[in-house]
Design a protein around this ligand. Structure first.
Ligand code: PGA
Length: 253
């Protein structure tokens, strides 16, 4: 029996205008209005957060951003702070592999962002995952382990309890090639979970949710979510349509 409440979060990436975001949310709301047993989160682009927060007010669907800057304010042209997001969202994705690969994010910047998000009262969804080459070289545990240790350092147990970890093997993102349920579960259970227990104590470590992300679809979600340590999913492509996202949320019930 799983005691952790499942979560399904949609990472819309750089998709949807504010108008399109409003329409997608209006499509999701009636489909998901009775879902209580899964925490549902949508993470649209920054410019859609205002309209999304209005549309989602009073609903059970939570709102998240896809990034933030660790400084509270100041001369950082083009950046968005945790305090700005806090007026609109509850969650923020941090350290997605696309940000690590294309925008120079490091374990160090991830950690600063995690601390800034927590200080502002946002709940971080922290992404970790190995590349194809690292996977083939047998380095998954080493790479993923380092990302967890470094990304979540200097947090106390109370803060850690608010963190959601997303294991997203880079080779599975947007490729249609999801990890096998057993393969992903073994990273969650044998690599990430023991580190969380070591860092924050057994009780907090066992309570933290570890999502799987990377080519989750309506067809493979149920089998992934049935694994002992896969506590839901971070969904990219399939979160952009009402039907597929709804089906994935329901697979977590
Ligand atoms: P995907 O993306 O579901 O399109 O593979 C997942 C993610 O990058 O969060």
């Amino acid at each position: 029996m799983k005691t952790r409440k499942p979560m399904v979060a949609g990472n819309w990436k750089m998709n949807k205008t504010p108008t399109e975001a409003r329409d997608l949310i209006r499509g999701l709301l009636p489909e998901l209005k009775d879902v209580e047993a899964v925490d549902v989160v949508v993470c649209p682009p920054f410019v859609c957060l205002g309209v999304a927060s209005v549309e989602l007010a009073g609903s059970k669907i939570a709102l998240g951003a896809q990034n933030l800057h660790w400084q509270a304010s100041g001369a950082y042209t083009g950046e968005i702070s945790a305090g700005m997001l806090k007026e609109l969202c509850q969650y923020v994705i941090i350290g997605h592999s696309e940000r690590r690969a294309m925008f120079g994010e490091t374990d160090e910047s991830v950690n600063k962002k995690v601390l800034a998000a927590l200080a502002a009262g946002l709940k971080p969804i922290v992404c970790v995952g190995e590349t194809f080459d690292e996977n083939q070289a047998g380095k998954t545990a080493e790479v993923v382990g380092r990302m967890v240790w470094e990304g979540l350092k200097n947090l106390d147990a109370e803060q850690a309890a608010l963190i959601v970890v997303a294991y997203e093997p880079v080779w599975a993102i947007g490729t249609g090639l999801a990890a096998t349920p057993e393969g992903a579960n073994s990273v969650h259970k044998d690599v990430i979970r023991p580190i969380l227990r070591e860092m924050f104590g057994a009780e907090v470590g066992d309570g933290m949710r570890i999502l799987y992300g990377g080519s989750v679809t309506a067809a493979n979600a149920a089998e992934l979510f049935a694994q002992s340590d896969i506590d839901g999913g971070l969904i990219g492509g399939a979160s952009l349509k009402v039907e597929s996202f709804t089906a994935i949320v329901k697979a977590a019930l």
